[in-house]
Design a protein around this ligand. Structure first.
Ligand SMILES: [Zn+2]
Length: 331
């Protein structure tokens, strides 16, 4: 009898111990879950904050370098959307916003273009550079014509590229003499002098005056001290048309994007437009843009796009709303 009682007592002791162990396990579980629920998100937040901080620093450094059209990248998307001159008509190709007054121009009679195909205009800013030759070689090998918005290189070794661009059927456009925002945009006089200087420089190199322009930083840049409409009015007086873009590969933001990513960026915008002007850079620090070019051309061709150089039939894709006044200028 006493043995039985002892056994029962042992049992209840071991049961009590087992229960306590279970409770301890539950407690440990709850503590761990609590730690996981609080510490992991905190750690992730800290890591993200550090990343955001370093990206902000990169963006600022880039914007301050004044060399990459960074300011425009930030604002161009919004600017394009809010510009009444660049309504969807201009981008869908249904009723193109022509550089020349479209009266008398019969789009169906324009030769050499397939109007069922979506159109893509590849543009390269900031050249010539050490890569211009390679870019031209790739374009030639693929029988593709593009547009180069160039600056003035005083180093004579770059001069043959200005003529080669034209000789090989591409369009040569202006992108300021110096690309130094502080100089070009300090006053309207500076802007006018810069355009004139580059125009003359290119005439001396090629025997032709260029008729198209891309603003350093785009027309929606936030670095120009002069009202942009005054600069645009000056270009209109000179019969120079300016072009922004509605697609970009992102190479202005960082040189570190892979060729695949550059192509993906372009295609993401291009697939949403019927007509795209694509912003890319011909710069010493942008080797991946050269690396991506063949892949970009292949992808565009595979998906049925027509690749064209900017000419008077290209739609005016512009970020700043402005009445171009070309009808007046034509008189
Ligand atoms: Zn530029």
């Amino acid at each position: 009898m006493q043995e039985y009682a002892t056994k029962q007592a042992d049992n209840s002791i071991s049961e009590a111990q087992a229960r306590r162990k279970r409770i301890d396990r539950y407690k440990a579980c709850i503590v761990w879950l609590f730690l996981a629920a609080t510490i992991i998100p905190s750690l992730v937040s800290i890591i993200l904050l550090i990343q955001v901080h370093s990206l902000e620093k990169q963006v600022l450094a880039y914007a301050e370098s004044g060399d990459g059209d960074m300011n425009t990248l930030i604002s161009s998307g919004e600017a394009l959307m809010s510009n009444p001159n660049v309504d969807m008509e201009a981008l869908t190709g249904e009723d193109m916003n022509y550089w020349i007054d479209p009266e008398g121009l019969e789009p169906s009679l324009i030769t050499g273009t397939n109007h069922n195909a979506k159109r893509v205009y590849l543009t390269f800013d900031d050249g010539p550079s050490i890569y211009t030759g390679q870019i031209l070689d790739i374009l030639e090998a693929n029988d593709v014509k593009a547009t180069f918005f160039v600056i003035a290189r005083e180093n004579e070794s770059y001069w043959p590229y200005y003529t080669r661009i034209l000789e090989e059927g591409h369009t040569l456009g202006m992108h300021s003499y110096t690309h130094n925002y502080n100089q070009v945009y300090a006053s309207l006089d500076n802007f006018e002098a810069d355009v004139e200087q580059l125009s003359q420089f290119l005439y001396e190199r090629t025997g032709e005056y260029p008729t198209i322009y891309r603003f350093p930083g785009g027309s929606s840049n936030t670095v120009c001290d002069v009202p942009m409409t005054e600069c645009i009015a000056y270009l209109n007086e000179q019969h120079i048309a300016y072009y922004d873009w509605n697609a970009l590969n992102g190479d202005a933001v960082t040189e570190e994007l892979s060729p695949e990513k550059l192509v993906e960026n372009v295609m993401n915008s291009v697939r949403q437009n019927d007509t795209s002007i694509v912003l890319m850079h011909d710069m010493q620090s942008r080797h991946n843009t050269v690396e991506s070019l063949q892949m970009l051309i292949d992808t565009l061709k595979e998906e049925g796009y027509e690749i064209l150089p900017i000419d008077e039939k290209a739609p005016l894709i512009q970020h700043v709303p402005y009445d171009t006044g070309f009808e007046e200028a034509a008189d």
